[in-house]
Design a protein around this ligand. Structure first.
Ligand code: ATP
Ligand code: MG
Length: 256
């Protein structure tokens, strides 16, 4: 059965999508069967996997509203060797439309259950908000991966996210765990990065992933070629870090 992880942080631009796409590609390189779930109307994970979000007949929107199944809608990332449940701006409407529906927080969970045996991992790229969409992600997942930049304000939003995860754990999904905090866009030359990084280790201990993702321009360039950074320039420092992170995840889930 697939292990399902949300990549979440309500802060915008912290590296959620880059992490979801490159972890998907990294795990695929380790021969894991992966479904990348784009739960963000921005559709960045879809594009980053090389799928044109403007040319989709159906997306995760139809899946959440019960008009299509995951197997109807999923696509293959040619370069990344994983499957994608794609999204585009249509998904923004789901937020409102789901309010009327029964089991509105559990719709993604139910939809993914139908294909759970076909994958080793499902990775859900959440939007930058603690919204109904993110709630669907958290209800469907076994664990949360939280990408963070090591900067002064990084810790500020973290308590809101942790509290939301605690509430979901208490009321909706007893299986939910924080798997770990992932330090991303790391610049070792900055003293502040070093300090915040050390603070994170102090406060959160082994909830901080060993792997650190460096700031690396190849990771930022890759989406414009419709490729995960891991495939675009496998030798780059960023790609190597995400491949190492994939290996760390495989190791971690054995101890879950
Ligand atoms: P949003 O909240 O809008 O969904 P996000 O948290 O998904 O954003 P990304 O889109 O992954 O964040 O990253 C934000 C920007 O930072 C992008 O332009 C991305 O290419 C760049 N970026 C992410 N990680 C790195 C990195 N390790 N090195 C360099 N650039 C990076
Ligand atoms: Mg994103």
């Amino acid at each position: 059965m697939a292990k399902i992880f949300c990549v979440a942080n309500q802060k915008g631009g912290v590296g959620k999508t880059t992490t979801a796409v490159n972890l998907a590609a990294g795990l695929a390189k380790l021969n894991q069967r992966v479904l990348l779930v784009d739960l963000d109307p921005q559709g960045n994970a879809t594009m980053g996997a090389g799928i044109n979000k403007g040319e989709l007949k159906a997306t995760i929107y139809e899946v959440l509203l019960g008009m299509a199944s995951v197997s109807d809608v999923r696509k293959q990332s040619e370069t990344g060797k994983f499957d994608v449940l794609p999204a585009n701006r249509e998904l923004a409407g789901a937020e409102v439309e789901m309010v009327e529906l029964e089991n509105r927080e559990g719709r993604l969970k139910d939809a993914l259950a139908a294909v759970e045996s076909e994958y080793d991992f499902m990775l859900i790229d959440c939007p930058p908000a603690l919204s109904m969409l993110t709630l669907n992600g958290l209800c469907a997942a076994h664990g949360v991966i939280i990408p963070m930049q090591c900067e002064y304000y990084a810790l500020e939003g973290l308590s809101d996210l942790v509290n939301t995860i605690k509430k979901v754990h208490a009321k909706l999904n007893r299986g939910l765990k924080i798997i770990g905090l992932l330090r991303v866009m790391f610049d070792p030359r900055m003293t502040l990065s070093q300090q915040v990084s050390a603070q994170l280790e102090q406060h959160f201990g082994d909830k901080v992933f060993r792997t650190i993702i460096p700031r690396n321009v190849r990771l930022a360039e890759a989406p414009s070629y419709g490729m995960p950074g891991v495939c675009f320039d496998p030798a780059s420092k960023g790609a190597q870090a995400y491949i190492a992170f994939g290996a760390e995840m495989v190791e971690r889930i054995e101890t879950l």
